[in-house]
Write a protein that binds this ligand. Structure first.
Ligand SMILES: *[C@@H]1O[C@H](CO)[C@@H](O)[C@H](O)[C@H]1NC(C)=O
Ligand SMILES: *[C@@H]1O[C@H](CO)[C@@H](O)[C@H](O)[C@H]1NC(C)=O
Ligand SMILES: *[C@@H]1O[C@H](CO)[C@@H](O)[C@H](O)[C@H]1NC(C)=O
Length: 250
């Protein structure tokens, strides 16, 4: 008698487990991950199963609640992302039961994209000064990052220092010489495919300061601007100044 009662209790608890209210996110009863390429659409589908009455669902993108239509919230709900962006990468989308928010499932977005490199492509430097060459990068999956000098791999001389953060690769050259001039190629390698950004370094003569002519010219130009109020010409003047500095640096 006692044994059969225990058996019944076990059976009931099993039945309860099977029929207990549950959430499914993209048909899975556990947290999961969605991997797809940049630009592709993604649909996230959340549903309540084993419910006996209407159950409302809500969504969060990261810590921000997502606006959904009320008809897209009862018993089942979906979110459509027309085009996955880099900003979606790593973001968690969470579906929660409105009445009991401790019932929830999350999906982490894993957006695949080839390396994107950024930063200046020409650096004018002075002999004897410290030069920094910086290459910004983003990639998923992560890329192996390194430099090439004049198109060949090189072992860094002691005057050269390489630093890397999660999104920048930096080369610091102390006491630059004219022979350090050349191309510095920032290379991002993923699965044997390389993405590159070529940065040209031009090390010129040491400059004592602003050339006297440039200062004189600036004074004259400044006086003209005040005298005639030709503020519209400012841009042109700046351009002329830049060009002049550039010439003297060569
Ligand atoms: C939600 O599910 C319950 C239980 O199955 C059902 O009675 C109800 O009609 C459903 N509501 C809608 C809007 O589908
Ligand atoms: C909310 O859901 C949790 C996890 O499923 C459950 O343990 C708890 O009993 C629920 N609370 C209510 C008030 O239904
Ligand atoms: C790179 O090549 C240029 C042109 O041939 C040369 O002047 C320069 O010294 C080279 N730079 C290095 C660091 O080898």
């Amino acid at each position: 008698m006692k044994k059969s009662l225990i058996g019944l209790a076990v059976l009931l608890s099993l039945l309860h487990k099977i029929t207990a209210l549950q959430l499914l996110l993209n048909n899975r009863p556990y947290d999961n991950r969605h991997t797809d390429n940049l630009g592709n659409p993604a649909i996230l589908h959340c549903e309540v199963v084993n419910n006996t009455n209407d159950q409302s669902l809500i969504w969060y993108r990261g810590t921000q609640q997502v606006d959904i239509k009320s008809e897209n919230s009862v018993n089942a709900s979906h979110i459509c992302i027309p085009e996955l962006t880099i900003e979606d990468n790593g973001v968690s989308f969470t579906c929660l039961l409105k009445q009991n928010t401790s019932m929830k499932l999350s999906l982490q977005m894993n957006v695949l994209f080839p390396p994107i490199l950024s930063g200046e492509t020409e650096i004018l430097a002075q002999e004897g000064k410290t030069v920094q060459i910086t290459c910004g990068f983003k990639a998923n999956p992560a890329a192996v990052m390194f430099w090439r000098q004049n198109n060949s791999l090189f072992t860094l001389p002691s005057r050269y220092k390489q630093d890397m953060t999660t999104d920048t690769l930096q080369l610091t050259i102390e006491k630059a010489t004219k022979a350090d001039s050349g191309t510095y190629t920032c290379v991002a390698s993923t699965n044997g495919t390389e993405s590159v950004r070529v940065i040209e370094l031009i090390v010129g003569d040491r400059q004592p300061g602003l050339p006297v002519e440039a200062i004189a010219a600036a004074v004259v130009v400044g006086a003209l601007i005040i005298a005639f109020g030709v503020f519209a010409r400012r841009e042109k003047v700046f351009k002329a100044c830049k060009k002049r500095q550039h010439e003297t640096a060569m």
